[in-house]
Write a protein that binds this ligand. Structure first.
Ligand SMILES: Cc1cc2nc3c(=O)[nH]c(=O)nc-3n(C[C@H](O)[C@H](O)[C@H](O)COP(=O)(O)OP(=O)(O)OC[C@H]3O[C@@H](n4cnc5c(N)ncnc54)[C@H](O)[C@@H]3O)c2cc1C
Ligand code: SF4
Ligand code: SF4
Length: 419
């Protein structure tokens, strides 16, 4: 039997797949390290307003996991951390982890005095840059751990000392520096998830050029009470209520020049977001432009329900181009594939349903594992002792990644037991 250290499991990434793997393995009696790059746990679902198909807030599920972590001394969490190296074999891995400075220690009570004293602002990454936050900030209202962060921009400025002096709890440490930590673990679950495909690469859709062309992940933040507009879905250009909202499906997906695969979730995400619009604007017209709709198994019931809404139109056709008219309205050029006619359809707000790009396509594991053509880890058994979970492996929705996280935890435990 291996020693205690090598009976530990490393989980990289704390989205729903990584969180699940971590709590399941810890509750089965194994020591777990969670290494998360963000200053908070939860991954992309923390940024969603509601889950399809039940339309409930994702925070319920996240909170349950956070409670399980707090109650379990076997789990050690490292935020603002990244794995730099992995060497060794199943049952006996040496891991190097880089810990980036938060500049705020565990004494933080979230009183907010540092933010009050700070005048510097940075883009709010949690809201996909749609608003600004102070450079001394809480990542978001429900963040876990609930602790402020100081951005490096502030640390390098003359204001840093003033912000430190404003803290009544001696929680700010300006001398924090990046550190390296070495861990010995028996197995690894890699769960670094996905990022939204960069809509700036979709030349013909005017993202970045027309402010009222947004992406689906931005729409989640627009609808959220903690978002940039306190939950009001409005046109970014003039703050007006949209009368017509268009959803452009497969924006960059199933396209050899961008993401060649189907992400499987964005049809359902647009239907869900159509319900957000409907909730706020009962008379608004919603058009979903699609090639084909992906909603299988029980999720087809959700599709059928949304289809019954007479103000939501499903338009079969691929949007070729988006332009702006003189009044600032958006015009979508689209071929109606049912009638083969070319149409120009106006809209006030356009949501690009962009797909999910695996983070491993740009940041692969620091140890050799096989990938598929798109950069997803090719199989759950990446190599002996290393297991891929969630959207690291395939683009999918939450109930699937939770199952995947549980399966990866079991594999990681088996690796340890075998040695
Ligand atoms: C617009 C949209 C709406 C959606 N709505 C729904 C919905 O309503 N219902 C549903 O079931 N699904 C929905 N999904 C899908 C859902 O977001 C995913 O299923 C879920 O995020 C997958 O979780 P994950 O843990 O695999 O990855 P992620 O959520 O991406 O988590 C990965 C974690 O790893 C961290 N990480 C990344 N790189 C590193 C690194 N190098 N080192 C350390 N940590 C790292 C990240 O910071 C993150 O915390 C939606 C997707 C989209 C695009
Ligand atoms: S760092 Fe200090 S001032 Fe800032 S929120 Fe925490 S306790 Fe308050
Ligand atoms: S889920 Fe729908 S919008 Fe997303 S890539 Fe697949 S078909 Fe296109």
């Amino acid at each position: 039997m291996a020693n205690t250290e090598t009976q530990s499991i490393l989980v990289v990434g704390s989205g729903m797949s990584g969180l699940t793997a971590a709590v399941e393995a810890a509750e089965a009696g194994y020591d777990v390290y969670i290494v998360e790059k963000n200053p908070y746990l939860g991954g992309r679902v923390a940024q969603l307003y509601h889950y399809f198909p039940k339309l409930c807030p994702p925070y319920c599920g996240l909170e349950i996991n956070f409670r399980r972590i707090k109650q379990n001394p076997r789990i050690r969490v490292f935020t603002m951390a990244e794995v730099e190296g992995i060497s060794g074999d199943e049952g006996d891995f040496d891991v190097t982890v880089k810990l980036n400075p938060r500049y705020v220690n565990a004494k933080c009570t979230c009183c907010g005095k540092c933010a009050e004293a700070c005048t510097k602002e940075i883009d709010n990454a949690f809201n996909y840059g749609m608003d600004k936050v102070k450079a001394a900030y809480l990542p978001h209202d429900m963040a876990f751990p609930m602790r402020y962060v100081l951005d490096p921009v502030l640390i390098q400025s003359e204001e840093a000392q003033k912000v430190k002096d404003a803290c009544p709890y001696d929680a700010i440490d300006l001398d924090m520096v990046p550190k390296t930590m070495n861990l010995k673990v028996g197995s690894v679950v890699w769960a670094t998830g996905w990022k939204p495909y960069d809509a700036n690469k979709l030349d013909s859709y005017g993202f970045g050029q027309y402010p009222d062309v947004i992406t689906n992940v931005m729409m989640e933040r627009l609808a959220a009470w903690s978002g940039p507009t306190k939950g009001k879905i409005i046109r970014p250009s003039d703050g007006k209520a949209p009368e017509t909202v268009a959803f452009v499906q497969c924006a960059g997906s199933r396209d050899e020049n961008h993401l060649p695969f189907c992400s499987g979730v964005c049809c359902l995400a647009s239907m869900k977001q159509a319900t957000y619009v409907r909730e706020q604007y009962p008379d608004a017209k919603i058009i979903i432009f699609y090639i084909d709709i992906r909603a299988t198994d029980r999720l087809e019931d959700f599709y059928n329900k949304v289809k019954q809404d007479e103000n939501i139109r499903f338009f079969k056709g691929k949007v070729a181009k988006i332009t702006q008219d003189e009044s600032g309205g958006l015009i979508l050029r689209v071929e109606d594939t049912t009638t083969e006619e070319l149409k120009e359809i106006p809209a006030d707000l356009v949501v690009l349903a962009t797909g999910m790009q695996p983070n491993t396509s740009e940041n692969p594991l620091p140890i050799q594992v096989p990938y598929d053509d798109y950069g997803f880890v090719a199989s759950q058994n990446a190599r002996p002792g290393i297991y891929a979970a969630g959207c690291t492996r395939t683009p999918t929705f939450v109930s699937e990644v939770v199952q995947d996280g549980t399966a990866a935890a079991l594999k990681a435990i088996q690796s340890i037991v075998r040695r």
